[in-house]
Design a binder for this molecule. Structure first.
Ligand SMILES: Nc1ncnc2c1ncn2[C@@H]1O[C@H](COP(=O)(O)OP(=O)(O)OP(=O)(O)O)[C@@H](O)[C@H]1O
Length: 296
């Protein structure tokens, strides 16, 4: 199987409100797929349909080759799912709750639970209701990962995790992908998605605005360079170079914004005795935000 998730013209209507409109998504196996979008865009609605918890109004979806409506039990057996607002039985300890979930799954290698708890520095003997927000989220993460599912569907998984735990969690996602398994995650934290996703899809008002590989987005992103010359900066030569969008000159230093490759700019600068070049990080976050707010 090459495709872990496929939706076809998937739509969901809540009374008069169209939460999802004719969504066509394809998530390749063995990848991390980041699902982004502003509040109310329809991310959780998509995820709840994929997890077989609510039905589409029209269109359909397949998860691991199973129709999410007709074969929702097969889907639920084979995925790991973390809901956006994870909650467990308040009186149970972490271990009791996870044993109960493991039992429902028909048995789980308990050493995997212990390994994850140790990795996330979680005390499994404490009752759920006494745990902090972040530690409750860790129980949710463990129940999603403990049976080593081939597909993980995670709704805002880093909510409440401190920076160290976030880093650990992103490492777990990379390992999962390197293991040939698939991760579909929604997030508001653009830097997390940038750090871990192979592909991103951006949803706005229930519609897909863009689906692209992170590498492709990075290639198209604007780069900012400062070039310092031995004499006055050759503004005319630089302005004509391929990809140059904006240029300002401050004495012998040119501040240049380039879309895509910087090869044209460097070629234009080379004959003019460049004494220093400073290149700033590609600003992927700005691109994400553009897609969030663009009108069409
Ligand atoms: N059960 C429901 N009944 C009515 N409207 C709903 C229901 N669930 C979601 N909606 C509406 O559908 C739209 C999409 O909601 P959804 O929760 O999928 O967005 P989201 O992208 O996950 O948002 P957030 O980033 O805020 O979590 C919203 O306008 C929401 O109010």
């Amino acid at each position: 199987m090459d495709t872990a998730i496929r939706t076809r013209e998937l739509s969901k209507q809540f009374r008069s409100h169209a939460a999802l409109r004719r969504l066509n998504l394809e998530v390749p196996c063995g990848s991390v797929f980041g699902y982004l979008g502003p509040n109310g865009a329809g991310k959780t609605t998509t995820i709840r349909i994929l997890a077989g918890l609510i039905s589409p109004t029209t269109g359909g979806a397949e998860v691991l080759g199973y129709d999410v409506v007709d074969r929702c039990e097969d889907v639920q057996r084979r995925i790991g799912y973390l809901p956006g607002e994870f909650a467990a039985y308040p009186e149970l300890s972490g271990a009791q709750y996870l044993r109960y979930m493991a039992h429902l799954r028909g048995g789980v290698d308990w050493s995997e639970v212990e390994r994850l708890a140790k990795r996330f520095d979680l005390d499994l003997t404490k009752r759920f209701k006494t745990l902090s927000h972040g530690n409750k989220q860790k129980i949710g993460i463990i129940q999603a990962f403990m049976h080593r599912p081939e597909l993980l569907i995670l709704d805002e998984p880093t909510t409440g995790l401190d920076p160290l735990m976030q880093r650990e969690f992103l490492a777990l996602l990379r390992e999962t992908r390197d293991d040939g398994r698939t991760v579909f995650l929604s997030s508001h934290i653009l830097s997390d998605v940038e750090a871990v996703a192979d592909t991103v899809a951006i949803l706005r008002s229930g519609e897909l605005v863009v689906t692209k590989s992170v590498d492709e987005l990075r290639e198209r992103a604007l780069r900012r360079l400062e070039l310092t010359f031995a004499g006055p900066a050759p503004i005319d030569a630089l302005r004509q170079a391929d990809g140059v969008r904006e240029i300002t000159v401050d004495g012998d230093t040119a501040h240049v914004e380039v879309a895509g490759s910087t090869a044209g700019l460097l070629q234009a600068a080379a004959p003019h005795q460049v004494v220093n070049i400073v290149s700033h990080e590609v600003d992927l976050e700005a691109i994400f935000l553009d897609y969030y707010t663009a009108r069409s």
